[in-house]
Ligand binder design. Structure first.
Ligand SMILES: Cc1ncc(COP(=O)(O)O)c(C=O)c1O
Length: 424
């Protein structure tokens, strides 16, 4: 517990509850491998990868060395204007593109995931407008989808609380139900139906996560293909938001590449730098890029922010690509992910209050009615996990370099914590 008067930040949405959990001893001061140490001297296994982004753990020397070298040579250059981008911007993009689906050919770097989604959505509207379809302004998201908390990303996020707290956010955004929703009255239409009802000719784009983070709902290949077909037939841009799932989380650079689903625009963030610096990316299909390129100079899409594509972040992202491709990290995700899922399923069988386990790669939700208590019980056993905005689950989403012994540690802590919660 910390005295609010002594705390100089207001960094949590639930400040009063949050401050009860903060104390000088619990503040984090060091990270090594998949663990973080607090000021009280306690090491914790970070099975939430920071905020789902520290994919390579806290002391990857190749990433750190690349960032240091960039700091020593050119610590800043901007990507927006004056025609003098950093050299590292081209090198980083050229290093990443071969690992993305082949039809995705051009990258715009931004600073965070919300901004990437907002950029993708605004670009979609812009293209429809300048290409003679100004009535296409509606953008659809999925209920429970998460795309950030600001005016653009927050509007897309399918959690009503986010809209009401300081709305109106970006206008013209609607939501449809994902295939995992169960509605008491059985009347809710799915996302595709909601778009059909709205009028596809008024829709600019739809934004979906291939695995909906709020509950780790894995959208199937069939579902995503059907959505992609609907979009193609109706002239709607498909924006796949892989801020969480991209950069190795599912055992591949992208989930859409893994499934063979073709977005018009892809967004990446989080694991792009393994959390070592702020960076995100909007990746365009060649078709979309050709439309952008064909526009006259006075009709360009003018957007960007001072720190977009910061050279030190780009150096980190280039090193991350190298580590993912040379250190068999993706193999580790597939192997230890399968092991983790098997072990979690075994544990769940022993605990009837677990109502579901879902996920793939190294991203699993464990559903139960008391996720906050379970999170605290796991923390007491030295393992950090996430809870969600509204879905009753904890999420286990460890760094992609997690070892067999560390998987075991997570599973044992979960098993014991579930016992504790059941006996409360
Ligand atoms: C799928 C997805 N999109 C967008 C965002 C927003 O990213 P950021 O917090 O970097 O703005 C998140 C963050 O959790 C996310 O999970």
């Amino acid at each position: 517990m910390i005295d609010p008067a002594e705390y100089p930040l207001w960094n949590s949405p639930a400040m009063n509850a949050y401050l009860k959990t903060v104390s000088p001893e619990t503040m984090l001061v060091e990270g090594r491998g998949v663990r973080v140490r607090d000021r009280g001297g306690r090491w914790l296994l970070d099975a939430r990868s920071g905020l789902w982004n520290v994919t390579l753990g806290y002391d990857n020397q190749r990433v750190i060395a690349a960032m240091k070298q960039q700091l020593d040579t050119l610590p800043y250059a901007n990507l927006i204007g004056y025609g003098r981008p950093s050299g590292i911007s081209m090198e980083a993009a050229n290093a990443l593109l071969p690992h993305l689906p082949e039809h995705l050919t051009k990258i715009r770097y931004c600073s965070n995931g919300s901004q990437a989604v907002e950029t993708a959505v605004l670009l979609s509207r812009f293209l429809h407008r300048v290409r003679g379809e100004p009535e296409r302004t509606t953008v659809f998201g999925m209920w429970r989808g998460f795309h950030g908390l600001g005016a653009g990303g927050g509007a897309l996020t399918g959690i009503p609380y986010v809209h009401y707290q300081a709305g109106p956010l970006l206008p013209g955004v609607l939501h449809g139900s994902g295939p995992f929703e169960t509605h008491g009255d059985g009347t809710a239409s799915g996302l595709e139906q909601a778009m059909a009802d709205h009028g596809p000719e008024r829709i600019s784009a739809v934004v979906v996560e291939p695995i909906v983070g709020e509950g780790a709902h894995v959208l199937t290949e069939d579902y995503l293909r059907s959505l992609a077909d609907f979009c193609r037939v109706n002239g709607i841009h498909l924006i796949i938001d892989e801020v969480t799932t991209g950069m190795g989380r599912t055992g591949a650079f992208t989930r859409c590449g893994q499934l063979g689903v073709r977005p018009d625009i892809l967004t990446l963030g989080k694991g792009l730098t393994s959390g070592y610096a702020a960076l995100s990316a909007v990746v365009l299909s060649d078709e979309i890029y050709e439309q952008v390129r064909a526009l006259p100079y006075d009709q360009q899409f003018f957007i960007g922010s001072t720190n977009d594509g910061h050279p030190v972040a780009l150096a980190a992202s280039m090193a991350v690509v190298e580590v993912l491709t040379t250190d068999r990290v993706l193999d580790n995700v597939q192997r230890s992910g399968a092991e983790l899922f098997q072990r979690l399923s075994d544990v769940a069988k022993r605990h009837p209050h677990v109502t579901a386990i879902r996920g793939t790669g190294l991203m699993y939700a464990i559903e139960l009615s008391e996720p906050d208590l379970l999170r605290l019980a796991m923390e007491a056993r030295g393992v950090l996990v996430s809870t969600l905005a509204k879905w009753p689950a904890i999420v286990i989403i460890p760094p992609l370099v997690v070892s067999d012994d560390e998987v075991e540690e997570i599973v044992v802590a979960l098993d014991q914590a579930l016992d504790e919660v059941a006996n409360l």
